[in-house]
Every structure is written in C-alpha cells, then in structure tokens.
Design a protein around this ligand. Structure first.
Ligand code: MRU
Length: 361
C-alpha cells in the first residue's frame, strides 16, 4: 500500500538493524512511527499491547519473533518455549497458532545451526504468501461489489459497511475485507464505506478510516450503533468484515459487535460477507459459540480514551462514571447461518465448502 506515494508493507525485515520493523499502530493516525522488534519478547510485547494487531499480522510478528529468538538460542527446548510464549500472547485469532505450528513443523527436523536462517526465510515466505492471499481475496470479492453496482443500475454509489480494521494494516498488505473494496475503487466503481468506529479501541475510526483515506476511498465513520438504522434506510448494499477464526461450519469470531451487524443485515436481507485467508480457518473446531476462546481485555480500554485536542496535544481521559466497573470481551461469534458467503483466496464459498479448501499445513 502507498502512504503519501511511498510503498509500505505493515511488517518487513530491516537488514541493517537486524530486526523486524513494524508500523506502530498505537501511534496512528496522529503519527507515523515504526517499531523495531529484535527479540521474541519484543514481538510478544508488540502483540499484547496491540502495536501490531489483526489476525494475519499478529501471526507474522510471531514468525519474525520466533526467528529472532533462534538467533539467541536454537536448541530444541528454546524453539518449543519461544513458540509457546508467542502463542500465549492473544487467544482468539487462530492465524497465530497456524503460523507457529507451520514453523515448528519446518524447524524441528533441522539441526540447531540451520534453524535461525531457515526461520527467517520462512517468516519472509509467509509474509509474501499473506500478500498473495489478500490480493486474491480482493479479486474474488470484487464480483460481489460489481454485482451490487449492477443491481443499482450503475447509479449513485455502492455502500459497504465494515467493522473493525480488516485492511492492509491488519495484514502484510491489501487486507482481507478491504481488499475487494480497494480492487473495486481501483477499477472505477464508486464505492463508499460506512466505517464502524469499533469501540472500545476504535480500530475503525483510527485505522480503517486512515487507510481508506490514504487510498482515496470515500468513507464515513459512524457510531457502532448506527449500522442497523442505515440498513433499514436502504443505505447499505452489503457488509464486508474480516475474521479472527472461522470454524468448519463457518461460525466466525471477529471483533466485538460483528454479530449485531450480522443480525441487522439478516433482518434487512442484506448480504453479510466474511473475507478470510485460509490460515484463519480452524478445522479443529465446529461449534464456534462453544469452542472459540474469546479474549477478555483490560477494562481500562473501555474506561479511558486517548485522542488529540485541537492543538494536537494527546490526552487520555476517563469516559465512564468513576467507580463503575466495566467488562471488555474483545470478540464475538457470528453463527454461519447469518453469513451469506466467505471470500477466500480460492474464491467465494458457502460454509459447507470451507473444510474442503486447499491450505498449507
Ligand atoms: O483486536 P484486533 O484489532 O486484533 O482485532 C482485529 C479484527 O477483529 C479484525 O477484523 C480481524 O483480525 C480480521 S483482520 C484481517
């Protein structure tokens, strides 16, 4: 993706600094900063603090973190311990486990002396693969937007509602749910995106709005509660969201609030589509409501909000009555019956086809 004319990925290997460099998402949208990770602990800290976030990107930070750890100690014990430590950073997005298991399978049979270089090559390969998967999701999702445009007689604009940030900042490049939107915009289809602010961390308002703006895609940030109303008013043609874990039957964990949008879309006969690369599939699970672990994050994310004043000074302020406790489940599960289609790198599929998709590992 291009930021002010320069091409970036969200993570890359910095040869000179001998570490992985990431765009620090905690600084966005007010400042553009990169963050260098030089150890597995740096990677774990970046994931936990959400300096890096989004299911695919978390897994890439872990892949580089593992490679960096093997530079310090490439023994069998260190390999297993570092992978376990990275796996424990965030529980819901399955891409993390997928990448770490892929790395372990690849690295266990190697002699310790070969592991550091092999792990670094694998991390780079997986990052390139993520870019290719997301680009393919964009191409396969494009016909949904073309169909919406045709259904409107090519009048006005195609209004798409999205939740959280499933764009290039959440992946290595292109994004998942936003990839078809970029593809449509680049082909001249007039798209407009309703961006859910996505409380409590505001990934929509802070990140999705920013990257859509960088790409020149018309968009409007709306309160999380506005989606149902917009759908009733005929102002949403389709919903496109990403995923953190999709089970065999298609139950989908994604950012908290996704389920409510899917319910509203179902009630209004609006297509609700989930974009996912196959590393987001968890074929070991079936009933998402019962089986997917839902991350509980700090109540402080709800109690406090950080932003800038008119003089561009950053402040963190409390927005909840002093003394009131808060709960912060970070994801919810949308049952497969509410999802019209899954957009994968292999094409658009129905839930029943998910388990048959070819995938690495
Ligand atoms: O808590 P986050 O910001 O990591 O949650 C991210 C999401 O829920 C995204 O929608 C999901 O990871 C899909 S990213 C391509």
């Amino acid at each position: 993706m291009k930021i002010h004319g320069r091409h970036y990925r969200s993570i890359w290997w910095d040869r000179e600094a001998e570490g992985a460099r990431l765009i620090n998402q905690l600084a966005l949208p007010f400042a553009f900063e990169t963050l260098l990770i030089r150890s597995p602990d740096d990677a774990a800290q970046a994931i936990r603090s959400m300096a890096v976030r989004g299911a695919p990107l978390i897994s890439m930070a872990a892949a580089y973190g593992l490679a960096l750890g093997l530079r310090q100690d490439a023994s069998d014990a260190a390999l297993e311990q570092t992978a376990a430590m990275l796996l424990a950073t965030r529980p819901t997005a399955v891409n993390l486990r997928h990448v770490l298991e892929t790395a372990l399978q690849h690295l266990r049979p190697l002699a310790p002396a070969q592991r550091p270089a092999a792990a670094l090559d694998l991390a780079a390969e997986l990052a390139d693969e993520d870019v290719a998967l997301c680009r393919a999701i964009g191409e396969h999702g494009l016909p949904l937007i073309e169909a919406a445009w045709a259904a409107k007689g090519q009048q006005g604009r195609v209004n798409i509602l999205t939740h959280c940030n499933a764009g290039w900042l959440a992946t290595v490049d292109w994004g998942t749910a936003l990839a078809p939107i970029y593809a449509a915009h680049d082909r001249g289809i007039p798209v407009h995106v309703w961006v859910d602010e996505t409380r409590p961390r505001n990934q929509g308002a802070l990140l999705t709005a920013l990257e859509l703006g960088w790409h020149g895609v018309p968009h409007t940030v709306v309160a999380d509660n506005a989606g149902g109303h917009l759908m009733q008013q005929g102002q949403v043609d389709l919903c496109l969201v990403g995923a953190d874990r999709v089970t065999r039957r298609g139950d989908t964990a994604n950012k908290i609030g996704t389920y409510l949008k899917a319910l509203a879309a179902f009630d209004n006969g609006i297509g609700f589509h989930v974009a996912l690369p196959t590393p987001t599939l968890d074929l070991r699970m079936d009933d998402g409501l019962r089986e997917i672990p839902i991350e509980e994050r700090s109540a402080d994310e709800l109690l406090w909000v950080t932003g800038q004043d008119a003089a561009q000074q950053t402040h963190t302020v409390r927005i909840v009555a002093p003394g009131s406790p808060a709960a912060n489940p970070a994801f919810d599960v949308t049952p497969a019956r509410l999802i019209r289609s899954f957009i994968t790198e292999h094409g658009i599929v129905a839930p029943a086809q998910l388990a048959q998709l070819p995938r690495r590992g």
